[in-house]
Design a protein around this ligand. Structure first.
Ligand code: NAG
Ligand code: NAG
Ligand code: NAG
Ligand code: NAG
Length: 569
């Protein structure tokens, strides 16, 4: 969060869980008909991509959800509400392939804590209702020591082919994080580097046999008054020691490293890269929330805020892609009730960026409700995918909106139709279709080219998208590049408006109408403040290799929606 945290820091405390699981279309096929696929799963990096070495180096896109297991009770949340197996299957059902599973370090370094049973741990917090719930839903776990409960959760995810990233969220169990909680930086009250290296090493060793444990995130959200670059480099030693130890102990896991300032800042790696003895296993992680920028999204102009924040993220983290490292956006999320406009505005900007770079990611969070959080029993999590009783998605329209990110847009090395572009509309989570000029599922996206002259043409045809009268659907014509109506420039501070000049020399932007048909309208909110919401006009031209859309020109001209526009041009 870029330094200026304001009062939102408290919120930042969001704990994290990661779960990983291979989202790739191709992988699903393999999982289905080859029992050994899972057993051998070991991921590597190939430039900025995470790949499955065993599978011809095919990309595996991590689309994870954070499952919290680091709060006071030191046990995975939700076990009082649903059987662990039901939760694992629900994760897959919701389209995720992976869990970022958070844990407190002391679970593995304090034997007294590790050997406390789940019943004892919940009872100590006065949570007799939770004990009763666990007895009903997970009777075999209730009297197991906490370490074993954690193992059982990992086992169950493993068995269900959900990939797992083990995330050391903090040291002392509890809600995370703030500057002064003693868990923030090497040398803080609960963060002895030696104990940490030792504990992470134990975790690496303990989960060696679990083949779906594909990554270990060494430490979440370094932060606090001690943090500064000098100190970070001073403490690079424990970080390097830890990374080397994990790799030596469990060479199959990806080693995931975070930066400073609550995982917002890795900019120092531009000039001082970390050098390790191993390669092809290192991934960096960043976090990005709406409140990372305070309430900027509701006090400012969305285009300006989105542009500024993306510049910051480019400087703080995206450059790592060019350096040849995968970037794992391991925490992001919104209040899923849809009532927080700061979050709503941020989300459209985030979805555009995450799709454009096709990042690996983990949503915050799976949790419907917590056993006990910050003194509150049974606290509901409005950022949670599941509802209070962990039975159903909290908001299925949210899930649908983010679903295009669950599949890779790009799968280098496996493309059968070559590189192309798709036109993505973050506010709906939809793409321009192959069979009509409206938005629809990105899996049916039309394959486009976007030329250096800013012409958006249908791949493999001489047809391109052209501006029309205000409020009218765009046209598909063949007069490409002959006048300005077929040239689309990304404008505004966010670069998310695609603008052209129609035949009347009116500057228009792509937009959608109430039926999700792509139209041209007067560009909006280029400079107005908060009340103006530009998101209907936000589009991204996304690099893609994954969608096999061959939009036959014949099909286009025969389509009732298109016919008129084509002959018009
Ligand atoms: C997969 O495992 C099942 C049960 O263990 C077995 O019946 C089946 O033959 C195996 N399939 C393959 C392709 O090995
Ligand atoms: C789901 O989210 C949308 C906006 O993202 C909101 O309009 C809707 O009310 C939410 N539904 C529920 C059940 O919270
Ligand atoms: C998209 O592809 C173009 C052409 O290959 C490339 O120049 C550009 O950097 C890519 N963009 C992203 C975000 O990867
Ligand atoms: C151009 O402007 C004229 C007059 O304002 C209007 O009648 C006509 O429909 C417009 N044409 C286009 C292509 O926008």
């Amino acid at each position: 969060m870029g330094g200026a945290f304001r009062s939102y820091l408290l919120f930042l405390l969001l704990p994290i869980l990661l779960i990983l699981h291979a989202t790739i279309l191709h992988n699903h096929c393999h999982h289905n008909n080859d029992n050994n696929t899972v057993a051998d799963l070991s991921l590597f990096t190939n430039s900025r991509w995470i790949v499955d070495d065993r599978n011809n180096g095919e990309r595996v896109k991590l689309s994870c959800v954070n499952w919290v297991s680091h709060l006071d009770a030191a046990v995975a949340e939700g076990l009082s509400k649903q059987p662990v197996d039901v939760i694992s299957k629900k994760i897959l059902e919701m389209g995720f392939n992976c869990v970022r599973l958070t844990y407190p370090l002391f679970l593995f370094t304090d034997d007294k804590l590790g050997s406390t049973t789940m019943r004892q741990s919940l009872q100590k917090l006065g949570l007799s209702g939770s004990v009763a719930g666990v007895q009903v839903n997970n009777p075999s776990l209730v009297d197991l020591p906490l370490v074993n409960v954690f193992q059982e959760v990992v086992s169950n995810l493993n068995k269900n082919n959900v990939m797992i990233i083990l995330d050391n969220h903090l040291s002392k169990p509890g809600w995370c994080c703030n500057d002064n909680d003693g868990n923030g930086f090497f040398g803080d009250l609960y963060f002895d580097p030696e104990v940490w290296v030792e504990g992470i090493g134990r975790v690496a060793s303990m989960f060696k046999g679990y083949n779906n444990v594909v990554g270990m995130s060494l430490r979440n959200e370094l932060r606090g008054s001690r943090q500064n670059l000098k100190t970070w480099y001073k403490y690079v030693y424990p970080l390097k020691t830890c990374a080397e130890r994990v790799h030596a102990t469990n060479p199959s896991v990806l080693v995931i490293i975070s930066g400073l300032n609550y995982d917002l800042d890795l900019s120092f790696l531009q000039t001082n890269p970390v050098s390790l003895s191993f390669s092809n296993k290192l991934v960096f992680e960043i976090h990005w929330y709406g409140f990372s920028d305070g309430d900027d999204w509701i006090t400012g102009n969305s285009n300006e805020v989105c542009g500024r924040v993306i510049d910051r993220i480019t400087n703080n983290a995206l450059f790592l892609l060019d350096q040849g490292y995968p970037l794992f956006m391991s925490e992001w999320g919104v209040d899923q009730r849809g009532t927080n406009d700061n979050d709503n505005r941020y989300l459209n900007c985030l979805l555009g960026l995450a799709a454009e770079y096709d990042l690996d990611w983990a949503l915050w969070t799976l949790v419907g409700s917590y056993y006990y959080r910050e003194g509150v029993i049974g606290m509901e999590e409005s950022y949670g995918l599941l509802n209070w009783n962990w039975g159903e998605p909290r908001n299925s329209s949210f899930l649908k909106k983010i679903s295009p990110l669950q599949s890779p847009f790009q799968a280098p090395g496996l493309s059968s139709i070559g590189e192309h572009r798709v036109l993505f509309h973050p506010a709906t989570g939809l793409c321009m279709q192959s069979h009509s000029l409206s938005l629809g599922p990105c899996s049916d996206a039309v394959a486009l080219d976007y030329t250096p002259e800013n012409i958006l043409s249908v791949k493999g045809t001489n047809h391109c998208i052209q501006a029309n009268k205000v409020h009218m659907p765009v046209r598909v014509g063949t007069m490409c590049g002959e006048d300005s109506s077929s040239k689309w420039e990304a404008i505004s501070a966010s670069k998310m408006h695609l603008s052209s000049k129609n035949k009347n020399d009116t500057i228009v932007c792509l937009d959608i109408d109430s039926k999700n048909i792509i139209v041209t309208n007067i560009c909006k909110c280029l400079s107005e403040g908060y009340p103006c919401d530009p998101s209907s006009q936000w589009f991204k031209v996304i690099n893609s290799t994954s969608f096999s859309i061959a939009p036959p020109i014949i099909g286009l001209s025969q389509h009732p929606v298109l016919e008129g526009f084509i002959s018009n041009s």
